[in-house]
Design a protein around this ligand. Sequence first.
Ligand code: ZN
Ligand code: ZN
Length: 289
Amino acid sequence: MPPDGGCPYDERIVRIDLHSHSTASDGTDPPAEVMRRARGAGLDVIALSDHDTLAGHDEARRALPPGLTLVPGMELSCRLDGHSVHLLAYHVDPAQAELAEQLHAITTDRLRRGRDMVAKLRELGVDITWEQVAAIAGDAVVGRPHIARAMVAAGAIASPAQAFTPDWIGPGGRAYVSRYALDPERAISLVSAAGGVSVLAHPGSPQRGWVIGDDAVERLARAGLAGLEIAHPDHDEAERRRLANLAAGLGLVSSGGSDDHGSLTGHRLGCETIAPGEYERLMSLAAGA
Ligand SMILES: [Zn+2]
Ligand SMILES: [Zn+2]
C-alpha cells in the first residue's frame, strides 16, 4: 500500500515509443527481439518503423509480449530541395496499390545505389564486395549502415559511424550515391490515401546536415502532415522548444521516439516517448488504426 493511502499504483504511466528499427531495414535485432526488448524497457506501446518497408510487422505481431501494443509503422525516404527528409507513417494499408508501388521503386533503387557505392569504395581502395554487403543485409531493405558494417569488417574504418563522413558515404561524400526518394507532400498524400497518418521524423537534426525550415513544415502541414517528432535523441532542449512552438502553432501532434537501431545506435528503446494524450490524438487521425 502507498504510505499516504492514495492510489498511485492505479495511475501507472503509459510509456509509448513511436520509432524503432529492426533487421527488416538497418536495425541489428530481428523484429521479435525488438518487441521483447521494448517490453523489457517498460514500454506499453511500440511502433516498428523500418525504412521503406512493412516487412517486419508479421514477425513482430507473432512475438508480441503480453501488455505490449504494436503500432505498425515505417519511415519513408523523401527528398526536399535536394535534402533527405524522413517521414514516419503509421497504420497504412499495405494493400494500397500506389503506396506499394512507390515502396517497390524505393527499395529497388536502394539496391542499385548500394552496388554503385560499393563500386566507388572499391575505386578508393576499400576491399569490400557487393556479395558481402548483401550477406550482411540478408532479407532487409539495403541501406548505408550495411555497407558501413562491411567496411568495418574489412578493416577500412574502426566503427560504422566513421562511414557517414565526407570521406566515405556521408551525404556528398567521396563514395556517396543519391537514390530515388519521394517528394514529402506526395508521400503525405499517399499515406493519407492508405488510411495512415504521417509524422515528420527528426526535423531538427543538424547532425544530419540540414534542418528543415518552418515554412516547409507549414507547407507539409497544409498537405496533411499530422505531427512532428520532437522527442528524438538528436534534438537538444533548444530545438525541442522551437519545434514544440512550431507544432502548437500549426496544430500538429508532438510526437516522440527513440529511433533505436539495436547495437548500431546503442540499445535505447524507450529513451524518448510521446505523451499518452498526444498519442491518442495521433491515432484518432488514422483511419486504419
Ligand atoms: Zn530517420
Ligand atoms: Zn529511424
